[in-house]
Ligand binder design. Structure first.
Ligand code: GCU
Length: 640
């Protein structure tokens, strides 16, 4: 399909309609540079005089990506120091639509909060027998490869444009679990990365690559990948030089090392800093960076061993290494201490390494939040995380240098499987640009752009505003996670992981439930937090209800701040959550006839599944805890 056709069919938040307000006006674009050319291409016909919209390079001290805009005497003006800023200013005008051409307003300055706003694709070239082509992908196959070879990149061009419109400026194109075929993207398959980089470049997006720490052995034929070995250092330096010869603006490497079976420095008795630094040194001469993931834990735990706590692992491994990483090594930390659960506290690692650049990693792909079959708008969750005051001086957004997220995009015609999941990708980019934006206003932006100004906005808000909390209510009570079916992680299985080596336990017995992570009697994880959180989480009285079972093991009759008991809370939220899913399905009826029929059909199919699945969650969780506790439901409802 041609780009135009594809863009017109399901072009997410950039349908032709979104550019109408600009296309209907006389626009002048002043300045030179590849990204200024992109702005010209977007605008179509430009004028030199009498413009109603002027986009111009100037020097406003706004940095490489910032822009300023104002409207005076009937002219809207966008100013930027550099071409990228002009592009972001252009997309800001797109978001404003007609409002960009009404009234007069003083100068507004927009500068991104995060210098790098990055998406990680977990795409493979080959189709993996268990994980499929895109690991934890719920939107079809990869947009980069099909049948083992690169695809036509037209769709990637449209994607690049969509991402730039949200402010994203970096993309890692392959899975962090680097298999044999994909490892070769670094060497003999580099041409495929070159081609993708060419498509992203006009939109100000740099391409990064996930690489295997064992690459010197796998690809270079060296006897070792020891980061302190001279031959290994030389191999990385030379290989990286070749990458930059082909892609001068290459972003750098992403590495998952010593994690879930991936090779790493531990194999050679070296530290993660040693591992990251050899790659950082190879990248430094070219201005590249290495994203080194902190997702390191023992995945061969014995459930009988109560002293090992997966929540502690990242801090235990990395906090002692603060100050030992090169400046261009960025520690990429998942937002919570475990693994993208529906509800987790913020990871203490984010505050523990003041001398290290930290990137916070979010999961746009809905592995643990409904797999794009459930409508779950994640903006409110991320906004809560980013605004969380982890230290007395700063919130998470202030402590992080960058924001990274795992992409939810595939070759699905709606991009994200569930069409409403587009809002998550959109919101991620917008929050990475400005973490203080209201997630519900971001949702309005997406609705306006993607569905048009005439749809029943109130119905969409009623469906999506609380959808994350709704999902939490029928799947993850009070901070318990991982009650999912092992492997694919969809649907309920309360004990599915309870006796496995993965270290993800709820410890439910006939007396109570929850993980004791206190210093006094548990694993001591609470001690990794700065004050006041260290004491707040330690204290049964002060710990917030929504995280109670993450930090404490309590009897079913324990009374929450809400006044309910733990067991009654479990029953009530699961009944209410499943009812909410039915209500969401009913609310969507109000959009009938207002949206594209194919999109409508897809959303209905997903909402039907959500209703079915929420009832399954309700019944399995309630029945499990009913049987364990022997406590009746105070409201006498049917529990199986
Ligand atoms: C989760 C996910 C894996 C992924 C891992 C990671 O555990 O289930 O598929 O590889 O996170 O972030 O590396």
């Amino acid at each position: 399909m041609s780009i135009d056709k594809l863009a017109a069919a399901h072009s997410a938040w950039l349908p032709p309609r979104a550019l109408q307000a600009i296309k209907a006006r006389r626009v002048a674009v002043h300045g030179a540079g590849r990204l200024v050319e992109t702005v010209r291409e977007e605008v179509g016909t430009t004028v030199t005089e009498d413009a109603e919209l002027i986009l111009r390079l100037s020097s406003e001290r706004l940095g490489d990506e910032g822009f300023a805009l104002y409207r005076r005497d009937g002219v809207t003006v966008v100013l930027a120091d550099a071409p990228a800023g002009l592009l972001y200013g252009f997309f800001h005008v797109v978001r404003l639509g007609e409002a960009a051409f009404a009234g007069e307003w003083p100068v507004e300055r927009h500068v991104p909060a995060m210098r790098r706003r990055m998406l990680d694709h977990w795409d493979n070239i080959d189709v993996h027998p268990v994980m499929g082509q895109v690991e934890r992908g719920y939107s079809g196959g990869s947009i980069f490869w099909r049948d083992g070879v690169p695809r036509d990149l037209d769709r990637v061009r449209v994607y690049a444009r969509l991402l730039a419109a949200t402010g994203i400026n970096a993309v890692a194109i392959n899975n962090v679990n680097v298999h044999a075929t994909e490892a070769r993207l670094l060497t003999d398959r580099l041409g495929e990365v070159v081609a993708v980089a060419e498509v992203f470049r006009p939109y100000g997006i740099r391409v990064h690559l996930s690489v295997s720490f064992a690459a010197p052995v796998m690809l270079g034929g060296l006897p070792t990948a020891d980061p302190l070995d001279e031959g290994v250092r030389g191999w990385w330096a030379q290989t990286t030089q070749r990458v930059y010869a082909a892609i001068p603006d290459f972003g750098g490497y992403v590495v998952k090392a010593d994690s879930e079976g991936q090779p790493g420095p531990f194999g050679y008795g070296r530290s993660h800093a040693d591992g990251a630094n050899v790659l950082a040194d190879a990248l430094a001469p070219f201005g590249g960076v290495v994203h080194w993931r902190a997702f390191v834990y023992n995945h061969r735990q014995d459930w009988r061993d109560r002293s090992t706590d997966r929540a502690r692992a990242a801090y235990d491994h990395f906090a002692p290494l603060d100050g030992k990483f090169r400046d261009n090594a960025i520690l990429q930390v998942k937002h919570g201490p475990i693994d993208f659960q529906t509800r987790e506290p913020v990871s203490p690692v984010i505050a523990a390494m003041p001398a290290t650049s930290v990137a916070v990693e979010l999961q746009v792909t809905q592995e643990y939040t409904g797999q794009q079959r459930h409508a779950v708008y994640l903006g409110p969750m991320w906004s809560e995380i980013l605004g969380f005051r982890l230290t007395s001086e700063a919130d998470v957004a202030g402590l992080a240098r960058e924001l990274v997220a795992v992409s939810n995009v595939g070759d699905d015609p709606f991009w994200t499987g569930h069409p409403l999941a587009q809002a998550n990708l959109y919101a991620f980019g917008r929050l990475a640009w400005d973490p203080t934006l209201d997630p519900l206003s971001i949702l309005d932006e997406w609705v306006d752009l993607a569905l048009g100004p005439d749809v029943d906005r109130a119905a969409l808000h009623a469906i999506l505003d609380d959808s994350w909390r709704t999902y939490e209510s029928y799947t993850a009570p009070l901070g318990v996670g991982f009650m999912v079916r092992p492997g694919h992680h969809y649907g309920p299985d309360v004990d599915g992981y309870e006796y496995t080596p993965w270290g993800t336990y709820h410890f439910a017995d006939r007396e109570g439930v929850g993980v004791d992570r206190t210093r006094a009697t548990g694993t001591g994880f609470t001690g990794q937090y700065p004050q006041p959180w260290s004491d707040v989480y330690e204290s049964l009285e002060r710990c917030p209800d929504e995280l109670l079972l993450f930090f404490h093991h309590v009897p079913y009759e324990h009374v929450l701040h809400s006044g309910s008991t733990v067991i009654q809370h479990i029953y009530d939220t699961h009944f209410a959550g499943a009812e909410r899913a039915v209500e969401m399905r009913r609310l969507w009826e109000r959009l009938a006839g207002q949206v594209d029929p194919e999109l409508d059909a897809r959303v209905r199919e997903r909402l039907d599944e959500q209703v079915r699945s929420a009832a399954e969650w309700r019944d399995q969780i309630n029945t499990y805890f009913h049987r364990k506790s022997g406590e009746p439901d105070a409201k006498g409802r049917q529990i199986y």
